[in-house]
Ligand binder design. Structure first.
Ligand code: AP5
Ligand code: MG
Length: 231
């Protein structure tokens, strides 16, 4: 069995972890990020969770993003780049991983520029490759706790008490963009705009793909990949 442990603060070559998790909507990015957070103590930032929190709080960014998110369309590059820049600024030299950002080549270039100005660069990019029919079934069964971003699935990881978050006991919700129409749009956008990022990162030589139909198959591979990067 895989043991949870806290990482030392740096990767093997002495720099903080700067990692991306890529994958189609529903591929399990949030699920794998939260396991990495639990096992390795790494801060995981999900762009979708950041947007949903802003929408729930009624911030200016949230109001601008609301319509696009519920329709399954991407929000503007400028809006999401600013939100992610703020999130990363508060993390300084801590290890971090990003789930759902970047989603376009423009966002990838903005991230490269942010890192360059801090004298850093990405050192791990992971792609989760999961068949589309598996993804569709998962989405139907997904419930989320919006304030924390915790994800549940009725058959795979159900909450201890039906309809309630395990930690706070607060109610769980279906995401408004988990309806068939929005989901179809999200998948289309992924293929048109986000998939080309795989070539972008392949060229850097730091892209690793993990394929499988369940996160239980993927996570042990991901765990070994992370272990190899840390003392
Ligand atoms: P976002 O929240 O990032 O959504 P997404 O990319 O569509 O991905 P999901 O969160 O739906 O899936 P996931 O890969 O995290 O899978 P999960 O772990 O939940 O973005 C939402 C929206 O925000 C976008 O549409 C866009 O509008 C906007 N946005 C976000 N970032 C943006 C950006 N950079 N630029 C512009 N706009 C942006 O798993 C899925 C389900 O499967 C769960 O129910 C889970 O429990 C289940 N599951 C996981 N593993 C298993 C398993 N082994 N077996 C069975 N079920 C499993
Ligand atoms: Mg997610």
């Amino acid at each position: 069995m895989l043991m949870a442990r806290q990482l030392r603060s740096r990767t093997r070559n002495g720099v903080p972890l700067r990692m991306l998790i890529l994958g189609a909507p529903g591929a399990g990015k949030g699920t794998q990020s939260s396991r990495i957070r639990q096992h390795f103590g790494i801060t995981a930032i999900s762009s979708g969770d950041v947007l949903r929190r802003n929408i729930a709080l009624g911030t200016e960014a949230g109001m601008l993003a609301q319509r696009a998110v519920s329709r399954g369309e991407l929000v503007s590059d400028g809006l999401i780049v600013d939100l992610i820049r703020n999130e990363l600024a508060s993390l300084a030299l801590n290890n971090w991983l990003l789930d759902g950002f970047p989603r376009t080549i423009t966002q990838a270039q903005a991230l490269d520029a942010m890192l360059k100005s801090a004298g850093q660069s990405l050192n791990a990019v992971v792609n989760l490759a999961v068949p589309e029919d598996v993804i569709l079934q998962r989405i139907v069964e997904r419930y989320v706790h919006v304030p924390s971003g915790r994800v549940y699935n009725l058959s795979y990881n159900p909450p201890k008490v039906s309809g309630r978050d395990d930690v706070t006991g607060e109610p769980l919700e279906h995401r408004p963009d988990d309806n068939p129409e929005s989901f179809r749009r999200r998948l289309q956008q992924y293929h048109q705009v986000t998939e080309p990022l795989l070539d972008y990162y392949k060229r850097t030589g730091i892209l690793t793909a993990f394929a499988g139909t369940t996160s239980d198959i993927i996570f042990p591979q991901l765990h070994a990949y992370m272990d190899a990067r840390f003392d």
